[in-house]
Design a binder for this molecule. Structure first.
Ligand SMILES: [Cu+2]
Length: 123
């Protein structure tokens, strides 16, 4: 029956679209782990920063910015990282107060993601 064939064809196409839609999105870089963690209180004056992502990133096209308690922003020089899913930097001469790390990352799939980690330097 022709009618039945058409119904099956439409049903097949709908199933294919549904399966396609159910596939997880290609990996944008999502922060999976960090030092410091969000809302952590650390002791200064120096601190090694490490951000780990769920996928490989292009570190040369990624940025790490430190916003100090007086809202001054500094682009951090990144350390060479042995892991392709990591950004690392060293903070020095931190004073007491609230800081924010702003990250912008290009993942290998070509998408840019960004986010913030707030932490405090205290005792
Ligand atoms: Cu993506």
């Amino acid at each position: 029956m022709r009618g039945r064939d058409i119904v099956l064809a439409i049903g097949g196409a709908a199933t294919a679209i549904w399966i396609e839609g159910a596939q997880p999105a290609k990996a944008h870089a999502v922060l999976s782990e960090s030092t410091p963690r969000e809302a952590q209180i650390v002791s200064g004056p120096d601190l090694e920063v490490g951000l780990r992502f769920n996928c490989r990133i292009d570190a040369r096209r990624s940025r790490l910015l430190l916003i100090s308690p007086d809202m001054h922003g500094t682009v951090l020089p990144l350390l060479e990282s042995e892991a392709a899913d990591q950004l690392r930097a060293v903070l020095t001469a931190l004073r007491h107060g609230a800081y924010r790390l702003h990250w912008q990352v290009l993942s290998v799939d070509g998408h840019i993601t960004r986010g913030d980690i707030s932490f405090r330097v205290g005792r």
